[in-house]
Design a protein around this ligand. Structure first.
Ligand SMILES: Cc1ncc(COP(=O)(O)O)c(C=O)c1O
Length: 380
């Protein structure tokens, strides 16, 4: 049985066209600036996002790290969402490598931080006790709020607050393409207010490896030095960048426009789950409160929910039916759609989840409508 892997959009496999482009890529030593394919990817990324320069890096984590290294001095502080990837999921790189602290603010269900809270989070540079605020970061799409896209207007407001105080704004735009598609805006419009932005090639764009940081020339030059320092100077990296160039093509030739299908698939899944007893609202900022899952919360490719019974047993029960879902913080289950997932896969997933819930609800462990003894066979 072929597995339907909804654990993350990082599980995507390169398309045949990407593989051909990778095999044929013209390469050189990128640490010396000699790789024409990396250079082309960087130029294309900068052009699409309306920035002066770009840097190809190994991962989203590395992109955020080198951006912080480019913006911050040791002992400074970053204002960020408490549940942002930079704060929660990057092995404390900000502290260990950048040498900075984080002023963590509450993330809200719409994926934003309160603007007054941001204003109030800046430190007093004249007080010798305090760190100096050196950076503001936001996440777009915002993962823990069920992948909410945050708007151009909000990004501009945050940037204005930061810039008024002489501080840059970095956007962790790992899934910025999902936001671009969901909001129906031009990428350069959404990135416009930010000083720097990291986006991932290896998520919704379906590439095997890599991320890109975009920004002003001088900041990207410092990020390039930082990338070397953390061991991210890759040599004939054009083999990887070639897939990125395919992904960033315009229209049907690329991978951006098709993301709308992932969003439609995520919504279809959520609509079906919302009608199932045993599936509950995700809680926390993904969907505050109790009650059924609200499909209206699904604006991009994330579906977060809770199950009424034992979560581990549920995940195992769907796995035995050929569907991989992922545990997520706050007792949640996560399903993420991507280019490896078709509408038919979602229809199969809906059946698998319904059967898994029935199995959990049945005292014999067998699906409620299964013949006697079926549960025994199933768990053997
Ligand atoms: C919001 C966000 N930022 C950054 C990253 C880091 O990307 P990578 O896994 O390529 O390091 C992720 C990865 O899942 C993410 O979800």
């Amino acid at each position: 049985m072929e597995l339907i892997d909804l654990r993350s959009d990082t599980v995507t496999k390169p398309t045949p066209e990407m593989r051909r482009a990778m095999a044929d890529a013209e390469v050189g030593d990128d640490v010396w600036g000699d790789d024409p394919t990396v250079n082309a990817l960087e130029e294309r990324s900068a052009e699409l996002l309306g920035k002066e320069a770009a840097l190809f890096v190994a991962s989203g984590t590395m992109g955020n790290l080198v951006a912080q290294l480019a913006h911050l001095a040791r002992g400074q502080e970053t204002i960020a969402g408490r549940q942002s990837h930079i704060v929660l999921d990057e092995a404390a790189g900000h502290a260990v490598i950048v040498g900075t602290s984080v002023r963590a603010l509450e993330d809200r269900p719409d994926g934003t931080l309160d603007l007054d809270a941001i204003r109030g989070a800046f430190r007093d540079p004249l007080d010798a006790h305090e760190p100096i605020t050196g950076l503001v970061t936001i996440e777009n799409t915002h993962a823990h709020s069920m992948g909410q896209p945050v708007s151009v207007a909000y990004t501009a407001e945050v940037a204005a607050i930061a810039h008024e105080r002489g501080v840059p704004l970095h956007v962790d735009g790992s899934r910025i393409w999902n936001a671009v598609v969901a909001l129906g805006v031009r990428p350069a419009e959404l990135a416009g207010p930010a000083d720097t932005l990291t986006f991932c090639l290896s998520k919704s764009l379906g590439c095997p490896v890599g991320s890109v940081v975009v920004g002003p020339k001088d900041v990207i030059w410092r990020a390039r030095r930082a990338r070397k320092m953390v061991g991210g100077g890759m040599r004939q990296a054009g083999i990887l960048a070639a897939a990125g160039l395919v992904a960033l093509r315009d229209g049907d030739a690329g991978m951006i426009d098709r993301i709308a299908d992932d969003h439609a698939n995520a919504r279809l899944l959520a609509e079906a789950l919302s009608g199932m007893a045993g599936i509950r609202a995700a809680g926390d900022i993904a969907q505050p409160g109790e009650g059924p899952l609200d499909p209206g919360r699904v604006r991009t490719n994330f579906v977060l929910f809770r199950v009424s019974g034992d979560r581990a047993a549920f995940l195992e029960a769907v796995r035995t039916r050929g569907v991989l879902l992922e545990w997520y913080p706050h007792d949640q289950v996560r399903a993420v759609t991507h280019h490896g997932i078709t509408r038919a896969d979602i229809e199969r997933t809906i059946i698998a989840v319904r059967d898994a819930l029935r199995e959990a609800a049945s005292p014999t462990g067998a699906p409620a409508d299964a013949p006697v003894g079926a549960g025994v066979t199933q768990s053997a």
